[in-house]
Design a binder for this molecule. Structure first.
Ligand code: MN
Length: 136
């Protein structure tokens, strides 16, 4: 069965870019464009991985991630933060919120594909959460 990836991103150009990058993989791509929609779609669709923008309308990506982590169904779902925040402090906040890894914008297509592939493989293999796969 195809893996489901939920892409959470409010900027249409970035959304389009992520879709283009991930289209080559054998994934079912789902979309959410604000924090509340992200929660709703995550709960109803149970994606195998979530790509999480941090700056979002209604509820930011850190809050969405914290809420998802409180739900046992999402304890081990790989959540990869994608954000323009560059400071070390911000990166720490992202990891503290429960994200497994962190990608900086602008996102390099190769880096995105690699981290998504690794996270899904690892999840499948040992059913454990990632401990910081290639945070950069
Ligand atoms: Mn945003």
């Amino acid at each position: 069965m195809k893996k489901k990836i939920l892409i959470v991103e409010d900027n249409p150009r970035n959304m389009r870019l992520f879709q283009i990058i991930l289209r080559g993989g054998d994934y079912t791509l789902l979309k959410a464009t604000d924090g509340e929609e992200a929660l709703r779609v995550a709960v109803s669709e149970q994606p195998d991985l979530i790509l999480m923008d941090i700056k979002l309308p209604k509820m930011n990506g850190l809050e969405v991630t914290m809420k998802l982590r409180q739900n046992p169904a999402f304890r081990h779902t790989p959540i990869i933060a994608v954000t323009a925040y560059a400071m070390k402090r911000d990166r720490e906040r992202v990891i503290e919120s429960g994200c497994d890894a962190y990608l900086s914008k602008p996102v390099r297509p190769g880096a995105l594909k690699e981290i998504v592939g690794k996270a899904l493989l690892r999840r499948q293999k040992d059913n454990l959460s990632l401990d910081e796969v290639g945070c950069d």
